[in-house]
Design a protein around this ligand. Structure first.
Ligand code: ADP
Length: 372
């Protein structure tokens, strides 16, 4: 099969004419961040914030032009409008009103939950993966969306390699393992490729991963958010039609300060926090079963009580959790009858109940279905 180069992509795009300027999108400098991975192409089209969605026909024309290049298997083109730095750092874009009214849902997806953390390395992705598997064990149809565009770890943790296909040339089929359908930027770009996309491009890429994928009918989509509470996370919490969020923390004080930030972030955008999970809560010696509270213990539970948030459970620090999660065989799949699986399943069960409650509550109608 022909190997597609950046030159091929640019040549194809050079033939796409922007109807307003009557010039090629390439000569207008609108194309940015071309990524190529085995015939899967992604790039961004820079437009002015006022034009926004009005440039959708240009985006479509760009996608089609690149799709016609021999050897191209899929094309993901996103519109990006660079805001002024001062605006980008400030509050919500106007179309993303709080409360979900302006956030279209994903057709066929009943609920979307975010797994978030105030900082990296606390086991957020590990919890997201095992939560997804635990919800599937409850009989739910579950999707897992890796929202960490810069450091996607879901492909490794789910034990999925390979590239998604787009049989119709437009919508990607999600990847699958352990009974979960899954999508991640990690399937589309090489693991070591530095992602130099700026904030607005990240958001557009994420929207495409959500909306241009054939997710099928899902009871729950679990979104593994990037760690932290910066502008990118705030925008995601705002633009993704979330039913609720699960916040993961380790027990020590410094981590708890970050939990408060994560809680405040979701409050700001009116996303209910379904509860806190304390990970690496204690170390259980695999030989003598003695319990050691390395980072202190119980901090997340106390913080939850203070804030009036539910506490969903505590997970011990165990070599088995690290090994299984890093080798693509999450503990619920590798040792379904073990104690660790039972802990994650307990958390998943509490989350499932909270999702039902959130959907039933009058303020939180299921995401609006939009036929595109
Ligand atoms: P985050 O998403 O917060 O950055 P990860 O889920 O990637 O964190 O976890 C960071 C590392 O810690 C991974 O190597 C993971 O396997 C390990 N890890 C997470 N939770 C546990 C646990 N409870 N016990 C042992 N190792 C864990």
């Amino acid at each position: 099969m022909a190997t597609v180069t950046e030159q091929d992509v640019l040549e194809a795009l050079a033939r796409v004419i922007d109807p307003d300027a009557q010039k090629s999108v390439v000569s207008l400098g609108m194309i940015e961040g071309i990524q190529i991975k085995d015939g899967h192409i992604a790039f961004a089209i820079q437009v002015s914030p006022e034009d926004g969605a009005a440039k959708e026909p240009v985006r479509k024309a760009c996608e089609q032009a690149v799709y016609d290049v021999p050897g191209v298997l899929s094309v993901t083109a996103v519109l990006t409008a660079h805001r002024q730095a001062s605006q980008a750092a400030s509050a919500p874009p106007p179309q993303a009103a709080a409360g979900g009214a302006a956030k279209p849902g994903i057709p066929g997806v009943k609920s979307i939950i975010a797994v978030a953390s105030g900082k990296g390395g606390v086991g957020k992705s590990t919890v997201a993966v095992n939560l997804a598997l635990g919800l599937a064990t409850e009989g739910k149809r579950v999707g897992l969306l890796d929202c960490d565009i810069y450091g996607p770890s879901i492909p490794r943790m789910m034990g999925i390699d390979g590239r998604p296909t787009a049989p119709d040339g437009e919508r990607l089929l999600p990847m699958q393992n352990h009974g979960i359908v899954c999508m991640s930027m990690g399937f589309l770009v090489e693991e070591d490729t530095p992602m130099i996309w700026r904030g607005p491009m990240v958001m557009s890429a994420l929207e495409q991963l959500m909306r241009d994928v054939e997710w099928g009918d899902l009871d729950v989509m679990v979104c593994d958010l990037p760690p932290g509470t910066g502008d990118a996370q705030l925008t995601m919490a705002q633009r993704v039609p979330l039913t609720g969020a699960v916040v993961v923390s380790t027990p020590q004080d410094v981590a708890l300060a970050d939990v408060r930030k994560a809680y405040a972030m979701f409050e700001k955008v009116d996303v209910p926090v379904l509860g806190f999970v304390e990970n690496m809560s204690y170390f259980q010696c695999p030989h003598c079963s003695e319990r050691t509270e390395i980072f202190g213990h119980g901090g997340a539970r106390q913080e939850a009580e203070k804030l009036g948030v539910d506490f969903l459970g505590e997970i011990p620090l165990l070599p088995q959790i690290r090994e299984t999660s890093d080798s693509g065989m999450p503990v619920i799949a590798s040792d379904p009858s073990g104690t660790e699986a039972a802990i994650f399943e307990g958390i998943a069960n509490r989350v499932a109940i909270k999702i039902e409650d959130a959907l039933e509550s009058s303020e939180l109608a299921p995401p609006r279905i939009v036929i595109q």
